[in-house]
Design a protein around this ligand. Sequence first.
Ligand code: GDP
Ligand code: CA
Length: 336
Amino acid sequence: MTGFLAVKLTPQTGVSEAGGRLGRMHIVSLAGGIGGARFLRGLRATAPDAQITVIGNTGDDITLFGLRVCPDLDTVMYTLGHGIDEEQGWGRAKESHVVKEELAAYGVEPQWFGLGDRDFATHIVRSQMLEAGYPLSQITRALCVRWQPGVRLLPMSDDRCETHVVISDEQGRRAIHFQEWWVRLRASVPAESIALVGVDTARPAPGVLEAIEEADVVILPPSNPVVSIGTILQVPGIRDALLPKTVVGVSPIVGGAPVRGMADACLTAIGVETTAQAVLDLYGADLIDGWLVAPEDEGVALDGVRVVAGPIIMHDVDAAADIARTALDLAQELAR
Ligand code: GDP
Ligand code: CA
């Protein structure tokens, strides 16, 4: 523990203090898990000299087996740190599942959440540091010393707030943790409502509002508009801080369906259609200045927003970099 704590104050290479240097562009990005992480990999590739601050979603966080798990922060960290399971999009590459099997042999629940052995180590370190009194933002920074993501990764808040979903099933009407709805039920039971428990008293993590304030541009990756970006925007102060900024977003919806995953189930729960237009309307023209949509969605329009149609499918890192470049160029143009 001591050795680990000793390295935690070492700045991450290429970010940290040097970021304030004159002439270096500062980009702020909000991110959930897979969509956010893949976009950020492209953003980093297309803007290698920029300082990139990522405000990560922690609404998906959950305590399992006594360990604090932060799926979205870890997906960003592993993806940018070359440790991700590429095919799956989350979790560690070259993973094994001995601990999970052993827990199952004891009959310990839950068994529906997949945690690999390598991933367990991350959660052990995080939980140990939380127990020692460190805030999540400092712990994330310490974990990133190993992964060197090339961005400054900040949790949206050090305060615990978790997304819960109200469902009705044979056990009646009740609220369950987002992960239970998403992973165990695969969002097959309709969500009656989605609530971010604890957000009323949550504060943005140290550095979040300062980063937004200093940002030259803000880019919203194609992350889940309800339970990733929507969650971050609910933390008191964050949306207001973003309003005066030039914000360009990439639609996570193409031709009336999510590119990947089940974002439609979340949108339906809050009464929003699964279209690039409806997501733009949800974010609003007060927040968004530029909006990238797929060619089939070129009719999308909103007063005060520049809508640009083009390829927005992240087939690989190069494709993600091209999309990020388009978003960045548009943001810089609109910021002038
Ligand atoms: P999660 O936390 O792992 O669910 O990931 P995010 O919240 O970051 O992103 C999920 C969203 O990314 C989904 O709504 C997808 O539709 C969207 N997405 C995934 N891959 C792509 C892609 O290649 N292009 C676009 N435009 N959206 C994508
Ligand atoms: Ca997530």
